[in-house]
Design a protein around this ligand. Structure first.
Ligand code: HEM
Length: 317
């Protein structure tokens, strides 16, 4: 009758870890044995050197000197052979191993804000990115969803405006969620968010570089950068200290720019390209003694989703 249907812009009422695994498999196809998100990646061996002059100094993560770290850099999405010249999310999982078997995990994305404020709104976004009968996502439906769900707008803007990074070592990574640290003898908690900055600086691919590079270049570029002994490849982990009114639960919102920042320490990349991280679960809730996660529902959803994906890939599904 020529009349437009009303836009379907509501997020689903519930979102479970299984819903996410199914959504990723629908978006990217089934790839048995691979991670259901960030399927493509490379393992790196690294060293964590803590900044012992920081509010975290009393914790075992900071009081044991240099510690070995396992890093995995990745391309967002469930496709294990995606074209790396394409803009989009890049990831960095870091697991630092403490004496006695403890570990501490920093798993972040190259996006300074998350795609949505909570799991339901994120699942709704993924559902609108799925192809319809035409074989492509319905852009009008997607646009209407973003317009009606403000928490998705900063992430969508980032996606539209940020070029593909020139290397895994030329982009920052953001933890996005709020975490807490409390020393054994302290009354007060340190409330913080973290991000990781590359010593080689941020650099996006321009059109010329994209035209000359092969579809897969990230692993080779990183290997060349780490092989260059004159310029060590390091990353600085930075904590932003939050105030009481800064959100604990919404990873789609940045804290005010003027919050103080402290250096947590340095990651130095030692070697690239082994299978050392294939059987690692970079669950961001695996924290060392003294640190606790916030009640951010997106952070909470990550443990069950990573657990299902981990179990599936270990069993070849
Ligand atoms: C509800 C929200 C989210 C869901 C359902 C989700 C789901 C997943 C799943 C299933 C994996 C594969 C895990 C594995 O097989 O080991 C994964 C990996 C990853 N995710 Fe998420 N994720 C979410 C939010 C986030 C956020 C907020 C960030 C960044 C701060 C992030 C960054 C990453 C990274 C970097 C990896 C790759 C880790 C690796 O290399 O093993 N994810 N995600």
């Amino acid at each position: 009758d020529g009349q437009k249907q009303p836009a379907d812009t509501a997020p689903p009422e519930t979102a479970t870890a299984v819903d996410f695994i199914n959504a990723f498999e629908k978006l990217s196809g089934a790839h048995p044995g691979f991670r259901k998100a960030h399927a493509k990646g490379v393992c790196v061996q690294a060293t964590f050197s803590p900044n012992t002059d920081s509010p975290f100094a009393g914790s075992p993560l900071f009081s044991n000197g240099d510690l070995p770290a396992s890093i995995r850099f990745s391309v967002g999405g469930g496709n294990p052979v995606s074209d790396e010249r394409t803009p989009g999310v890049r990831g960095m999982g870091t697991q630092i191993k403490l004496p006695g078997g403890g570990m501490h995990t920093f798993t972040g994305n190259s996006t300074p804000v998350f795609a949505a404020k909570d799991p339901e709104t994120f699942l709704g976004l993924l559902q609108r990115l799925m192809p319809d009968e035409s074989g492509r996502p319905n852009m009008a439906r997607l646009g209407a969803y973003i317009a009606a769900n403000p928490s998705t707008q900063a992430g969508a803007m980032w996606s539209r405006t940020t070029p593909a990074p020139a290397s895994y070592a030329n982009t920052p990574y953001f933890g996005l969620h709020t975490f807490f640290y409390q020393a054994d003898d302290a009354q007060e908690q340190v409330k913080f968010r973290w991000h990781i900055e590359p010593s080689l600086g941020n650099k996006g691919l321009d059109a010329e570089a994209s035209a000359t590079l092969p579809a897969l270049f990230l692993e080779d570029t990183l290997k060349e950068q780490v092989a260059n002994e004159e310029t060590p490849v390091t990353f600085t982990i930075i904590a932003t200290l939050g105030e009481e009114n800064d959100t604990n639960i919404d990873p789609s919102v940045q804290w005010p720019k003027e919050r103080p920042q402290v250096n947590m320490g340095t990651l130095t990349l030692n070697s690239v390209g082994t299978q050392s991280c294939d059987k690692t679960n970079y669950d961001p809730n695996l924290l060392s003694s003294g640190f606790t996660p916030s009640d951010d529902p997106v952070l909470r959803m990550r443990s069950p989703a990573y657990g299902i994906s981990f179990g599936k890939r270990l069993s070849g599904q």
